[in-house]
Design a protein around this ligand. Structure first.
Ligand code: GLV
Ligand code: MN
Ligand code: MN
Length: 439
């Protein structure tokens, strides 16, 4: 009997190997591993560092082991494709990122890439074929911690930023040029970017990175969209002076101004309410000495809201406040927009498909917006896109202790597999005999 007919049509006969996926997550997590307090072990693989290269090499090795065609584009995005039966059909793309923040976890991004690889391997093992090719991708510099903006590789892939401009971005830590770092780690590819043709659709599995699913006791998040993101870098310049001899009235202290901004952004969130969040994440006083009034402070503010009009209001109020407190202290202000993305809605049809796949797998699901930025929000500009979330223990992410239960990883990857195989049109005809040796 045709196994396709023996199941709920969305419960695919192709079953992922959860242990193999978990083992790959473990292996990738060895690269750039960082130990934290209380036995936490996370990762530092900032974009285009040596650790990023090592992570890339490992994942590309796995892609090649599966016999996939691997291509690298000019911004360093990597794509590995399993052909479908129709050579003219656009690929169903699965993807995410493998770069991390400085104190990142082992799931953020990595899960989406390795689940994609697992789906392809499970499909090969099953002997089934799909009409559409399936591509698993990882995009350069999703985190934006080293090179802003975030989601940079996917932004360039969809034509949202010229590649020449992206290659000229300098790192916040050491000033290195992105294009030089890409070449240094061996990932300045030759495939054109933006993409010559869009995929059929894009699907991304990710940890939620927040508390909603865990609090609700739900396994699968069906992501409706991503909130708007606004990153601004402020440079406040005053005058360095002697801490013991300079009267308070004579000071031009940028640190005092910056400290007031840190407190104000929390007030701003209270005031605007709703989904408004605000974070001062990077904060660099100079010269940072005990007995010197600071001469300069550079800091960043990350504002996010699901409602773009409220986000615009938050940006306006923030700038007004900074100008006002800086003026009172005779400190000058320079601003630089690092990142600005409007809220994004995901494809309704794909969201429904994911919901039905969750139901077919017997998993509970809940619709929710994403608080974090993701490559899928960029892909949504060129093709129907959607995301599957699985719970984050304690709602924790961008933290070495980030964790997701193996059972939730397994269900999330299988739901993703079902959605991918339905989109790529799993064929119910003869299964091909593809042994491991012939890969
Ligand atoms: C990426 O992780 C972001 O949301 O900042
Ligand atoms: Mn991520
Ligand atoms: Mn992240």
């Amino acid at each position: 009997m045709n196994p396709l007919l023996a199941h709920d049509p969305l419960r695919s006969p192709v079953r992922i190997d959860a242990d193999r996926l978990w083992a790959r997550l473990d292996d990738l997590a060895q690269i750039g591993a960082v130990d934290g307090v209380g036995g936490a072990r996370g990762n530092c693989r900032l974009a285009l560092t040596d650790a990023d290269r090592e992570g890339r090499d490992l994942v590309v090795g796995w892609m090649r082991d599966l016999g996939l065609e691997v291509i690298v584009d000019v911004i360093g995005n990597v794509f590995a494709t399993l052909p479908g039966t129709d050579p003219t059909a656009p690929a169903v793309m699965i993807g995410s990122h493998i770069d991390t923040v400085r104190t990142g976890g082992r799931f953020d991004g990595n899960l989406g890439v390795l689940a994609g690889l697992e789906i392809i391997e499970a499909l090969i093992d099953s002997g089934y074929r799909t009409e559409h090719p399936i591509t698993v991708a990882f995009f350069t510099d999703e985190e934006g911690s080293r090179f802003a903006p975030d989601m940079l590789g996917s932004l360039v892939y969809v034509g949202g930023m010229a590649v020449e401009r992206a290659l000229d971005i300098c790192a916040v830590d050491d000033g290195a040029r992105l294009g030089d770092e890409l070449a240094r780690i061996g990932y300045a590819g030759s495939a054109p970017c933006p993409a010559p043709a869009p995929p059929k659709c894009f699907l991304e599995l990710h940890i939620e990175q927040g508390p909603i699913l865990e609090d609700a006791g739900i396994t699968i998040g069906v992501v409706e969209g991503v909130q708007g993101i606004s990153w601004t870098e402020f440079t406040l310049t005053g005058r360095s002076a002697h801490a013991g001899t300079t009267p308070i009235a004579a000071r031009r202290d940028p640190l005092l101004v910056a400290a007031q901004v840190v407190a104000e952004v929390r007030m701003l969130c209270r005031d605007l309410g709703g989904s408004q969040v605000a974070t001062v994440g990077r904060f660099e006083p100079h010269p940072n000495l005990v007995n010197v009034v600071a001469s300069q402070v550079i800091f960043t503010v990350d504002l996010r809201n699901t409602d773009d009009l409220v986000l615009i209001e938050a940006e306006r109020r923030l700038l007004e406040f900074v100008e006002q407190v800086a003026q009172a202290e005779s400190v000058s202000v320079q601003t630089r927009v690092l990142s600005r993305f409007a809220p994004v809605d995901f494809d309704h049809g794909l969201a429904e498909l994911i919901e039905r796949c969750a139901r077919s797998e017997g998993a509970s699901s809940l619709r929710l917006p994403s608080g974090a930025g993701h490559d899928a929000q960029m892909l949504a500009r060129i093709c129907p896109s959607a995301m599957v979330f699985v719970p984050s223990v304690g709602g924790l992410s961008h933290n070495l202790a980030e964790y997701t239960d193996p059972g939730d990883v397994a269900v999330g990857a299988q739901v993703l597999a079902d959605a991918v195989l339905a989109s790529a049109v799993l064929l119910s005809g003869e299964r091909v005999n593809r042994s491991t040796d012939s890969r």
